[in-house]
Write a protein that binds this ligand. Structure first.
Ligand code: NDP
Length: 399
């Protein structure tokens, strides 16, 4: 059916690319373009038996003109951005210049401030609309599937949703004292930032990890989890009418937290440049260089993830609670595509969102988050492509 240009070749991209190749009737041809071309070529080699035609290129996606040149040469139907949040705007600019639709999994973040919000990308809405192209923002798991779950709950289970609690549990064990399961720089920026949640029309900000709860996750067991700021809170607050409160919790083990606190205390998580042997370096980027590459955790990670949403609201004038979630097994993901479940749970929805845009099931010119579309085709595709969902009509609630 079409051609996709996929930018980035890290943990998430490797899963999305495997999935595109399993879905070759839609993805007839893909171009993998990333900073390190060797990684693209190695992946192409692994997938040489696929029916999808694969090309590769070296690309610095911070440079809009390079992205424009590659799009003009390859002429894709869509660009799937699986590089880092820093590249979102330069790639969106290239998509505008070439009138090409765009998909990503994480919202823009300026390098110099650990702050992520949708305002920068939503500001492209009118220009994308005038150009007749679409941007689908946040088509990973969280954000991504959590937004689709919310749209599905609203369509099929509620007349009005009042609260959403997003719960992201990782019961995986990789055997290292400390490692992050997606890009360490982005992950540590996220978890060391202040927490926040949305309540009654405004943001409530907390100290990092200040709100702790415990929850029993099917497939994992009882886990401590902490309230974080997360980007889908911002879009769901805008797109779910009548919503009163949205919170996001992620599980962390004590060992992870102890290491993180120590790294913070000695200044290793700082993003302020320092002088080291006459050269400016950013401590967090140096830390990333010495930590295990998340893409290498696949063979050694055992256990499961359990990610989903608890909804409370009204149906037929009655109060109602409902939970939607997915359980994903690290080793099963590894056996299928050679990656652990965090990359898997992000890469699969990235492929699905791109597919729905390419086959015009989801298409309207402008910039949109996933919950702005009919959730049903996405929910069906989750079951088909490896992330089956489950529901619970009387879930445990969180105070
Ligand atoms: P990785 O660090 O493993 O991969 C990033 C890739 O982007 C690498 O291949 C890297 O190249 C490439 N890259 C970085 N900078 C550039 C550049 N300037 N030009 C071209 N390529 C570049 O990260 P992940 O795969 O773990 O994460 C990818 C994205 O997915 C991130 O934005 C992350 O925030 C998001 N994510 C979203 C989730 C969700 O549920 N929505 C969950 C997890 C992640 P090189 O190989 O040279 O380093």
């Amino acid at each position: 059916m079409g051609k996709a240009l996929i930018i980035g070749c890290g943990g998430v991209a490797q899963v999305a690319i495997h999935k595109c190749c399993q879905n070759s009737s839609v993805f007839e041809s893909i171009m993998i373009a990333s900073r390190t071309r060797e990684k693209c070529d190695a992946l192409k080699d692994k997938l040489k038996d696929s029916k999808t035609h694969i090309e590769t290129a070296q690309l610095d996606a911070d440079d809009t003109q390079q992205v424009v040149n590659l799009i003009r040469m390859y002429q894709p139907d869509v660009v799937l951005n699986l590089a880092l949040p820093y590249q979102d705007l330069s790639i969106m600019d290239a998509c505008l210049a070439t009138k090409t639709s765009y998909v990503d999994t994480a919202n823009y973040e300026p390098r110099e401030t650990a702050k992520f919000e949708y305002s920068w990308q939503w500001a492209y809405h009118d220009r994308f609309k005038e150009a007749g192209i679409m941007a689908l923002l946040g088509s990973g798991f969280d954000p991504g599937v959590t937004g689709v779950f919310s749209a599905y709950a609203l369509k099929h289970q509620f007349d009005e949703i009042h609260t959403i609690d997003i719960l992201d549990a990782n019961g995986g064990d990789h055997g290292y004292p400390f490692a992050t399961n997606f890009n360490p720089e982005i992950n540590i920026r996220e978890v060391t930032a202040n927490g926040s949640y949305w309540e009654n029309g405004r943001w409530i900000e907390t100290e990092p990890m200040a709100i702790k709860r415990s929850y029993c996750f099917e497939g994992i067991g009882q886990k401590d989890m902490y309230l974080l700021h997360h980007e889908e809170i911002e879009s769901l607050a805008k797109n779910i009418p009548g919503i009163r409160r949205i919170r996001f919790f992620m599980t962390f083990g004590q060992q992870y937290l102890t290491h993180l606190k120590c790294l913070e205390n000695v200044g290793m998580t700082s993003i302020k440049p320092i002088l080291f042997e006459g050269k400016e370096i950013i401590p967090l980027q140096f830390l990333k260089a010495v930590l295990p590459d998340p893409a290498s955790l696949g063979p050694r990670t055992v256990g499961k993830t359990n990610i989903g949403c608890i909804f409370q609201g009204i149906k037929d004038d009655q109060e109602k609670t409902y939970r939607l979630y997915n359980i994903c097994d690290h080793q099963e993901s590894y056996r299928e595509v050679g990656s652990q479940a965090i990359s898997y749970t992000t890469g699969v929805p990235a492929m699905i969102g791109t597919m729905l845009l390419m086959n015009q099931t989801w298409f309207k010119p402008g910039v949109y988050n996933v919950e702005s579309f009919d959730p049903d085709p996405f929910m069906d595709a989750l079951n088909e492509w490896g992330l089956p969902w489950q529901e619970d009509h009387s879930p445990e609630l969180i105070d």
